[in-house]
Design a protein. Structure first.
Length: 353
């Protein structure tokens, strides 16, 4: 198990004109009534603690009375645009219960809690700085994973819907020990597939607090799924193992679970299954994936040293000379997906990575 080091401060890359046009084409780029910087004008804050009295690294922020009224109205508009057609008739049923600010990590997001006053149901969405890396990560998650994602971009502001689930670190510590033998086997299988999916699409830094476990009741048992929730490290780091969750010490328990519950032959089977699923999704989204990769190839979302390091590492794993010709992270990503598709169509995917 490696103790991988992630860049402490990943730079934020702006949305270029080509990516902007792509987002506009697919209705991701929509005029919003509020910017990330507007929420930074809070007047005070208090620490948010969890049910066990521990600091969550979020603070609840407060605004002066005049600004709060305007901010609340704008956030209700954002919510309406995000989840429906922007209709203002629902505003009277909505209340902005809380605005929290995260002091940890690169993105420093705001988390907005919206409650329906008629039935007390509530949901969250996030307001972040628009970073090209994160936008690429969200789009690839939407197209290449089993899960659809809803997000909006306007200039330098990114709005993301909340991904519900149990934080991986909390699940591993408090809930995994109570799972049955069959549930642990199913979770181990899901971690293998999640690990493979992250590696194929070069989504990095999937430490246990950057993904959630989603339990779903199905007849007489519970099905567990693993979903990424942080897309900041899409194609940035140079170390190949950063894109493989199995190498993070925070995931040691999950790796041990795989070793304990899954035979080697089954591990290979689950990897092939996941590659096939990703390949089929690439075929389904062919034109859209191609457009996004075209944007990415011409974009700068990492530093030259990382590009060189990653392309050499992947070349050593695949022996595919196309990786050595990659001059950008987008080109590496394109070659990785092409490699998966070629092997899928040739029905010989055993040697991928």
């Amino acid at each position: 198990m490696d103790d991988l080091k992630i860049s402490k401060k990943k730079p934020s890359y702006p949305i270029g004109s080509k990516l902007h046009n792509y987002l506009q084409e697919y209705n991701r780029n929509i005029r919003l009534p509020i910017f990330y910087e507007d929420l930074l004008r809070f007047q005070g804050s208090i620490v948010v603690y969890d049910n066990h009295g521990e600091d969550t690294l979020w603070i609840r922020v407060y605004y002066n009375e005049f600004e709060r009224e305007e901010i609340d109205l704008s956030l209700k508009r954002v919510y309406s645009i995000l989840i429906s057609d922007g209709n203002e008739s629902i505003f009277k049923y909505l209340n902005v219960d809380a605005i929290d600010y995260c002091t940890f990590g690169n993105s420093k997001p705001f988390r907005v809690k919206i409650r329906n006053v008629l039935n007390d149901n509530y949901t969250y969405f996030y307001v972040k700085k628009a970073d090209a890396s994160r936008v690429y990560g969200l789009e690839f998650e939407h197209m290449l994973s089993p899960y659809n994602l809803n997000f909006l971009v306007y200039k330098n502001t990114l709005i993301e819907e909340h991904i519900a689930g149990i934080p991986g670190d909390e699940f591993i510590k408090n809930m995994l020990p109570e799972c049955s033998h069959s549930e642990k086997s199913q979770i181990a299988k899901e971690f293998i597939k999640f690990n493979e999916r992250c590696m194929i699409r070069l989504l990095g830094d999937m430490r246990s607090y950057n993904y959630v476990i989603v339990p779903t009741h199905d007849f007489d048992h519970v099905v567990y799924r693993i979903r990424a929730i942080d897309f900041d490290q899409q194609c940035y780091e140079g170390k190949f193992n950063v894109y493989r969750p199995q190498f993070f010490k925070e995931n040691f328990t999950m790796v041990e679970l795989v070793r304990e519950k899954i035979q080697k032959e089954s591990i290979e089977q689950y990897k092939v299954e996941e590659r096939s699923i990703v390949a089929r999704r690439m075929i389904s989204y062919h034109d859209r994936v191609a457009e996004l990769l075209e944007c990415m190839e011409e974009d700068t979302i990492s530093i030259p040293e990382h590009v060189e390091q990653l392309r050499e590492s992947i070349y050593k794993y695949t022996l595919d000379v196309e990786f050595r010709r990659s001059e950008t992270m987008g080109a590496i990503m394109k070659n990785a997906l092409d490699f998966v598709r070629r092997n899928y169509q040739g029905m010989n995917m055993k040697n991928f990575f």
